[in-house]
Design a protein around this ligand. Structure first.
Ligand code: AMP
Ligand code: MG
Length: 531
């Protein structure tokens, strides 16, 4: 396969070297299983319409979940179920537990394991695929939008390699909590519909309770899905995949002069917006491999992700990311890198003249960093209360970030407490900085810049509070509620936290502990992949 001139080196856009500094239920969800297992339904109203299975034979293997011994519905997302047009009352039942554990295949489902490849930490793995997940099928929501329903942790498949195909309860709940928080923060993401405990043990370093997550996604197409077939020289399948992805996600591309180039640009735009969202809330994905890079532009795979407390662009949480490839500040350059890998798979489709195709895609891939910068700037401006763009805004934003870095200030609270300044309280934000004078210098320039905005200080403060969350899933709190659920069978702390982080912009008395950063002097927080 031909490779993009952009190469396999990390690529950074010249304008990005300072943004930030780049280096190489409702009742969302709800009560415990005991309260649920009252339903007597024998049918669920899924109206499956399985386009992937129908149109992309050869891209998957039909497969069934392993049976589990004692399925219990631990969490169910009633709000999401309603959006999807599902009958929550029928599913909050032993029937739901059977379906979402994989023990029972609902009518119309066609369970399958998808094939995909991927660059993991820069190394190409030609065969990954759904090794612990199954696509049950697709349904359309109340607005007609198509969604995948996937079981994660449903047992071994032909793609499992040495893995057990299982998921442990802690990581399942972690994905549930963080993906729902991300959705509430306005970030495109897969969603969590249900979490079921299996009654079986999963062995990691120790024996853990097993669980299955039901994940909802716009689709599970990944850059790695294209790579799987491109690497085998299956250009006809790559074309079918691209046509399918265009029809499902970017139908306007079909009418373009060069549909596959337009498709690339549309994916790039969606991914650039996504990474800009992550950067604007201090989110570190942790495993931005190409198999975890969606075609839809949704965040997927919540294994080692975490939110940063103190602002440090070099922050890495994942225990396996030894060289910091996926550090916070590297995410924009990895975005470009991953999209260059998608571009490579499309060379044969873009233009019959392969040199020309390569040239066009190289130009397209080089535009990604500019897309990111635009999206990032748009978000960061709003975070500091700016509505009408000015050329020097980027400098002002970067100076704040530098001050935060130098002053070891908490990322989330710094932005949230800026609105206090506009309401006459200048203390809450400046005391977040080790040397408040560093903030004071920035504040006076910020005020001068704000004076050119045409909104009152009060309105400006209110709109800033709509984009700067007060509650994010703080690492120490996440660990606390997961430990209560896993070690003590207490799910109520998890549910309390879920209801807080799914209303991230509304500050509520009594919820202060959820807004507090972890102990700065504690051992650095580490995350693990083992979902
Ligand atoms: P991830 O790190 O979650 O992106 O997964 C990378 C690849 O490893 C995918 O092909 C997964 O299906 C596979 N995988 C991860 N964990 C397991 C497991 N416990 N059993 C089987 N396959 C797994
Ligand atoms: Mg993955």
């Amino acid at each position: 396969m031909r490779l993009l001139a952009l190469g396999h080196e990390l690529h950074t856009h010249p304008a990005m070297d300072k943004i930030p500094q780049l280096k190489d239920v409702v009742f969302i969800v709800t009560s415990q299983a005991e309260n649920f297992e009252t339903g007597e339904s024998t049918q669920a109203n899924f109206e499956f319409d399985n386009s992937f299975a129908r149109e992309l034979e050869g891209c998957y293997l039909p497969w069934e979940a392993e049976k589990v011994s004692e399925p219990r519905l631990l969490m169910f997302n009633c709000e999401l179920a309603a959006e999807l047009g599902l009958d929550a009352a029928a599913l909050v039942s032993s029937l739901g537990a059977e379906i979402f554990s994989g023990n029972r295949v609902p009518n119309g489902a066609k369970p399958l394991a998808q094939a995909y490849a991927g660059h993991q930490f820069g190394q190409f793995s030609p065969k990954l695929g759904d090794g612990r997940a199954l696509l049950l099928g697709e349904i359309k929501d109340t607005c007609g939008k198509r969604h995948d329903i996937q079981l994660k942790g449903s047992g071994r498949t032909p793609f499992s390699r040495n893995g057990d195909g299982k998921a442990a309860l802690g990581p399942v709940l972690r994905e549930y909590l963080v993906s729902e928080a991300m959705n509430a923060l306005g970030v495109p993401t897969t969603r969590a519909l249900a979490a079921v405990t299996t009654g079986d043990q999963v062995f990691r370093e120790t024996a853990l309770p097993g669980a299955v997550l039901t994940r909802i996604a716009a689709s599970h197409l990944r850059v790695g899905t294209f790579q799987f077939f491109a690497a085998r020289g299956e250009t006809e399948i790559v074309r079918q995949l691209a046509d399918y992805a265009i029809a499902r996600h970017y139908p306007a591309a079909r009418d373009a002069d060069k549909p596959y180039l337009e498709f690339f640009t549309a994916v790039a735009q969606a991914q650039a917006l996504l990474v800009a969202e992550w950067m604007s809330i201090g989110f570190i994905h942790g495993v931005m491999n190409t198999d975890n890079t969606t075609i839809s532009g949704e965040t997927i795979d919540y294994g080692p992700c975490a939110f940063m407390d103190v602002y440090d662009p070099d922050t890495v949480f994942s225990s396996i990311d030894l060289r910091g490839r996926y550090a916070y500040a590297n995410q924009p350059s990895i975005l470009t890198w991953n999209l260059a890998r998608l571009a490579e798979t499309l060379i044969t489709l873009v233009d019959p003249n392969q040199d020309r195709a390569l040239e066009l895609l190289t130009v397209g891939a080089k535009e990604v960093s500019g897309m990111f910068v635009d999206a990032w700037l748009a978000r960061m401006r709003l975070k500091i209360g700016l509505n009408s763009p000015e050329d020097n805004d980027v400098k002002l934003i970067n100076r704040l970030l530098e001050a935060m870095h130098q002053g070891k200030a908490d990322f989330t609270l710094t932005f949230r407490r800026l609105s206090d300044v506009l309401r006459g309280n200048g203390t809450s934000v400046r005391t977040l900085f080790e040397d408040p004078a560093v903030f004071d210098a920035w504040e006076s320039d910020w005020r001068v810049r704000l004076s050119r905005e045409k909104v009152s200080a009060r309105d400006c403060a209110d709109s800033m509070d709509q984009v700067n969350p007060i509650y994010i899933p703080r690492n120490h709190k996440v660990e606390e509620v997961l430990a209560a659920a896993v070690n003590h069978g207490n799910i109520s702390e998890f549910q309390d936290m879920l209801s807080v982080v799914t209303r991230p912009f509304d500050e509520v008395n009594g919820q202060e502990t959820y807004a507090e950063p972890g102990d700065k002097t504690a051992v650095p927080f580490r995350t693990f992949c083992g979902t």
